[in-house]
Design a binder for this molecule. Structure first.
Ligand code: GRF
Length: 235
C-alpha cells in the first residue's frame, strides 16, 4: 500500500486528468466537478435503474443523471425516469433518417450538459457523426463476452452455440457495432439446467454490476488505451 497522503494526491491528479480528458477546463477543482450522464434507452431500462440506484447509494460518486432519452415513447424505462423526477425526453426515431434523429439527440444531450453517455438497451446504431461528437465518452453494454456474439439476441446466440461460459461486456462505442475498446467484462457460467431465459437473467444481474464498475473506471480516468486494450493505471 502506498503512503496515504501521496496516494490521495495521485488520485487528485488522476481525477483532474479525467476531467481534462472529458473536455472540461483543468481550472475546475476536481471535488466540485460533477459528471453529467446521459442515458439512451429503448426498452425496459433495468440497466438505467441500476445506474440510478448506484448513484443514489453513493457507489458512483461525482456523477448525476442529467437526462434520460428514449427513441420510443412506450419504453418502460422512460416512464420510470419520469416517476423518479429525472429529465426524461422522447425523441421518436420512427420514420426519420438516422442523421436527422441523431442531430436532435445530440442537441438534447448537449443542452443538458452531458459529458458521459451510457447506452442502456438503446436499439439504434449511432451514426459516425454522433460518435465523433463525444470521443471516448460513449459507453454501451452488451450481453455477451465480446467479440463473441455481437448484434441482436446475444444470450440466445450464446446458448444455441453451446458455449460453457458467457457474460456481458461494457465497452466504448466506436463507429462499428459492438466493437470499441472493452472496459469491463463479467463471465457467467452456462449451466446444464439453463434455458435461454435463466441464462439471460443471470447475465443481466452481472450487467447491473458491470456498468457501474465501468462508469467508475471512465470517470476516474485511471487508464490508458493501447490499441484495443484498456489498461488501468495504478493510483
Ligand atoms: C441488456 O441486455 C443490454 O445488455 C442490451 O440490451 C438489454 C437492455 O436491458 N444492450 P435493459 O433495458 O437495461 O433492462
Amino acid at each position: 500500500m502506498g503512503h496515504p497522503r501521496r496516494t490521495s494526491a495521485l488520485r487528485k491528479v488522476a481525477r483532474r486528468e479525467a476531467s481534462r480528458k472529458l473536455g472540461h477546463s483543468g481550472l475546475i477543482p476536481y471535488n466540485q466537478f460533477m459528471h453529467s450522464i446521459g442515458i439512451l434507452l429503448s426498452g425496459r431500462g433495468s440497466n438505467f435503474v441500476a445506474i440510478a440506484d448506484n448513484i443514489a447509494a453513493g457507489r458512483i460518486p461525482e456523477a448525476q443523471i442529467a437526462v434520460v432519452i428514449s427513441n420510443r415513447a412506450d419504453a418502460p424505462g422512460i416512464a420510470i425516469a419520469r416517476e423518479r423526477g429525472l429529465h426524461a425526453v422522447v425523441i421518436a426515431s420512427k420514420g426519420r433518417s438516422r442523421e436527422e434523429h441523431d442531430r436532435e439527440v445530440v442537441a438534447a444531450l448537449k443542452q443538458h450538459g452531458v459529458d458521459l453517455i451510457c447506452l442502456a438497451g438503446y436499439m439504434r446504431l449511432l451514426s459516425p457523426w454522433f460518435v465523433q461528437q463525444f470521443p471516448g465518452r460513449i459507453l454501451n453494454i452488451h450481453p455477451s463476452l465480446l467479440p463473441a456474439f455481437p448484434g441482436l439476441e446475444a444470450q440466445q446466440q450464446a446458448f444455441a452455440h453451446g458455449v460453457k461460459v458467457s457474460g456481458c461486456t461494457v465497452h466504448f462505442v466506436d463507429e462499428e457495432l459492438d466493437h470499441g475498446a472493452i472496459i469491463v467484462q463479467k463471465a457467467v457460467p452456462v449451466l446444464d439446467g439453463d434455458s435461454e431465459h435463466t441464462l439471460a437473467e443471470r447475465i443481466l444481474d452481472q450487467e447491473h454490476v458491470a456498468y457501474t464498475e465501468a462508469i467508475n473506471v471512465v470517470i476516474r480516468g485511471d487508464y490508458h488505451v493501447v490499441g484495443r486494450r484498456l489498461v488501468r493505471r495504478e493510483v
